[in-house]
Design a protein around this ligand. Structure first.
Ligand code: NAD
Length: 317
């Protein structure tokens, strides 16, 4: 029986290291390989994680630093290489486009020399730009390239709403869609809680203060920068989002989650990567769904497409 599950993480900064830790927590691999241009950092993170596997609560995952040859037989490759927004900087991930597109090209050049079979989980920002660049410029199966996209904003949205109504965030359903970043939007028509539609929540949960949709949309975008400005970076929730997709692939879940890939005409949009609900299974993205949106939500999807397309034109100019 071959239960081997090898996951390669490219870059072991704040995010890559957190993804490694969560993979261990959830026992999602038999082997985890860490690659970084800073080889000492990769070695140190791998050693530290390997020591934790001695604990009685841990699985004996083989953690080690490696190189691109490790991609040859990897099941999943998680890409976190490249800088993030720093505290106090302009609150817009799109400013990272030029630098990180170059890094994505160099990372993907190395990967595609070794494999075209591994599932690729993209995390590097600007997420939709990075996902587009590697999908469009490299001969790699599109279904195997998945950007974590607005899964993270969807988690943030659930937490914000859960705090308002004092419920478990997992009782909140619905999606944040569009760009991972400033043009993310709540598809309010998809949202609700424990079977109640969004319009009825104030009444059911006895709130006198009306739900302010605009304020919530602003908060779920702004909160990322608030965390960066205080903590220095974000890594815990994105690592959980990455592991959600890893689990969906490893367990062939056919689960529907918001994530980023190039749109193929959904909402009349092509040639730009954005998040919409997509079915994820062992073969990657199996289907994408053009769910019903209101006119206002469609306008926000077009605005997200314009935002990401603008950044792409900027790096290609
Ligand atoms: P970081 O600065 O802590 O780490 C970046 C790492 O990338 C460094 O260790 C660096 O050595 C490495 N690196 C740079 N170029 C490389 C290359 N060519 N090959 C291999 N390694 C390389 O940054 P971070 O906080 O870990 O964030 C990483 C990325 O993840 C950023 O782009 C950030 O914006 C993004 N991010 C995305 C989400 C999301 O929801 N998609 C959430 C948080 C962070």
């Amino acid at each position: 029986m071959n239960n081997r599950r090898k996951i390669v993480i490219i870059a072991t900064g704040n995010v890559g290291a957190a993804v490694a830790t969560k993979i261990a927590d959830f026992q999602l691999a038999t082997e985890v390989v860490l690659i970084d241009m800073n080889q000492d950092k990769a070695w140190g993170e791998a050693k530290d994680a390997s020591h934790a596997t001695s604990c009685v609560y841990s699985t004996n995952i083989k953690f080690h630093a490696g190189d691109y040859d490790d991609c040859k037989d990897a099941n999943i490759i998680v890409i976190t290489a490249g800088p993030s927004i720093r505290p106090g900087e302009t609150p817009d991930r799109l400013k990272l486009a030029g630098t990180n597109a170059k890094i994505m090209r160099s990372v993907f050049t190395e990967i595609t020399k070794r494999t075209k079979e591994a599932m690729i989980i993209m995390i590097t920002n600007p997420l939709d730009v990075a996902t587009y660049v590697v999908s469009k410029e490299f001969d790699y199966p599109r279904n195997l390239i998945l950007g974590t996209g607005t899964m993270l904003e969807t988690y943030r949205f659930r937490r914000i709403l859960a705090d308002k109504y004092l419920v478990d965030p997992k009782n909140i359903n619905g999606y944040v869609l569009g760009e991972h970043g400033n043009a993310a939007f709540v598809a309010w028509s998809t949202t609700g809680c424990a079977g109640f539609p969004i319009e009825r929540l104030d009444e059911y949960f006895h709130k006198t203060e009306r739900l302010d949709r605009k304020a919530i949309e602003q908060e779920l975008v702004q909160v990322a920068y608030d965390v960066i400005n205080r903590k220095g970076f974000t890594n815990t929730a994105i690592a959980m989002a990455a592991c959600r997709f890893i689990k969906a692939v490893l367990y062939d879940e056919h689960t529907i989650l918001p994530c980023s890939a190039i749109l193929e005409g959904e909402y009349g949009i092509k040639d730009v990567a954005l998040s919409i609900p997509r079915m994820v299974c062992a073969t990657g993205i199996m289907r994408s769904f053009e769910i019903d949106l209101t006119d206002d939500e469609r306008e926000k999807m077009y605005a997200a497409a314009k935002s990401v397309r603008g950044a792409l034109d900027g790096i290609q100019a």
